[in-house]
Write a protein that binds this ligand. Structure first.
Ligand code: NAD
Length: 401
């Protein structure tokens, strides 16, 4: 199901939810006080160091908060959040008696806000509660959390995890995760994305596309997550290249990208991700590479090898190949009914976009062949349609250096 042409999946049992209350639209930031006052009049406000805070939107926000009598404790987060940044921010939040957390920024800021809202209710460092590195189970209570994205990529405004990293040879990149950590409100105002420069728009757009494709073909996909993912893929088709060129100042183009990113978050929160994100966790813990650059680089080679292995292991009517074919048909103007031909169309588009969007190679960030063994050891295939071997992972990495 889910594709007009490539019938593929049965409807197996599934559960879908929770989702945030979604408020989407040009100018929607103006309504933020109305959402905050449901929880109280004292908040922790998390932003990045400069881009939003230096924009006219910030002054308007402060005026709106003042008018509504909302007091705020301001925390600024620069770069992808580390445990130290979260722990220090949580101390500030606890001192402030905040009734809610509001985060306005890229995925890094949203993840920081999500983690602060969760850690404000417990003692100890965030590392103690994180997947893989921690040993404690978070009880799942949190301060109400409002997420306002300023990039179109991570979909963190609609996911239940916050990615925290410590970068270096002993580094890690894992999540603080709980079903209850889904933001209460995802307020998506595409006007906030108009200022995103081309490199960030491209990398974030490739992150959203990776999340959409990986959740669409995930072994945990369900009919709703698949429908949302396909709708996001269609929205990216016309708009990713435009957002990085003539359409960068076009609010409708930015809205379509913001919608795609939102769909990617909803889809991944329910269906999980694949091997590209296995790589992203491994490489992101070892090197300072923007998350979207890792995804943009590895997406095409990961799908290429996955499709090769699926073809070898099945005779023709493989439901995952049918889904890749449906994604190919959605991303390109292809009218083929042939599954293999449509998979090739998908790969052609992904390689072409990586080129056209000038996604830098990983070697630009210091990743080299000598790091292969460590990266391969750390790379998990997650919910990829088929498990890849260490040789496959090594081949993918070589192509992306
Ligand atoms: P980011 O938040 O790190 O921001 C990248 C840069 O863009 C920063 O310099 C920031 O200041 C700037 N920026 C943000 N908005 C801008 C705007 N409107 N105009 C101009 N500049 C702007 O990048 P990101 O890709 O949005 O987030 C990456 C982080 O999100 C990573 O840590 C990644 O692991 C995480 N992530 C989380 C999830 C999740 O579900 N929680 C999913 C995917 C990725």
């Amino acid at each position: 199901m889910l594709s007009d042409r490539f019938k593929s999946m049965a409807v197996n049992p599934f559960a879908f939810g929770p989702t945030p209350r979604i408020v989407f639209g040009d100018g929607s930031l103006a309504s933020i006080a109305e959402h905050i006052t449901r929880y109280g009049r004292s908040i922790t406000l998390v932003t990045g160091a400069s881009s939003f805070a230096g924009s006219p939107h910030f002054k308007t926000l402060v005026n709106n908060l003042d008018k509504a009598g909302i007091k705020y404790c301001r925390i600024s987060v620069s770069g992808e959040p580390s445990p130290e940044i979260i722990d220090a921010a949580v101390r500030e939040c606890k001192k402030s008696a905040s009734r809610a957390v509001v985060a306005i920024g890229g995925g890094s800021v949203l993840d920081a806000g999500k983690a602060i809202a969760a850690m404000a209710m417990v003692d100890g460092s965030v590392t103690e509660y994180m997947e893989v590195v921690g040993t404690k189970k978070h009880p799942g209570n949190k301060l109400p959390f409002i997420a306002v994205p300023t990039t179109s990529g991570t979909g963190s405004e609609a996911t239940r995890n916050a990615v925290i990293s410590k970068v270096g040879p002993q580094g890690f990149k894992y999540s603080l995760r709980h079903e209850n950590f889904m933001p209460d409100v995802a307020l998506v105002d595409p006007r906030l994305m108009l200022s995103c420069p081309v490199g960030i728009t491209a990398a974030c757009g490739m992150d959203a596309l990776t999340q959409l494709l990986e959740s669409f073909v995930s072994t945990k996909a369900d009919p709703i997550s698949s429908a949302l993912a396909l709708s996001g893929i269609k929205s990216i088709k016309e708009n990713l290249l435009a957002a990085c060129a003539h359409g960068a100042g076009d609010i409708n183009v930015r809205a379509c990208m913001a919608y795609a990113a939102l769909m990617s978050g909803l889809a991944l929160a329910h269906a999980g991700l694949g091997v590209v994100h296995g790589f992203a966790a491994a490489i992101g813990g070892l090197f300072n590479v923007p998350h979207g650059v890792i995804c943009g680089n590895l997406l095409a080679p990961c799908i290429k090898i996955t499709i090769e292995r699926l073809k070898e292991s099945s005779s023709g009517n493989n439901p995952f190949l049918a889904k890749y074919a449906a994604a190919g048909a959605a991303l390109a103007d292809s009218d083929s009914f042939d599954i293999y031909a449509s998979c090739t169309v998908l790969l052609d588009v992904l390689y072409k976009w990586r080129e056209e969007l000038k996604i830098p190679n990983l070697s630009r960030f210091g990743v080299s062949e000598k790091d292969s063994a460590e990266i391969i050891k750390r790379t998990d295939c997650k919910n990829n349609p088929i498990k890849l071997s260490a040789d496959d992972v090594s081949r993918i990495l070589k192509e992306s250096l």
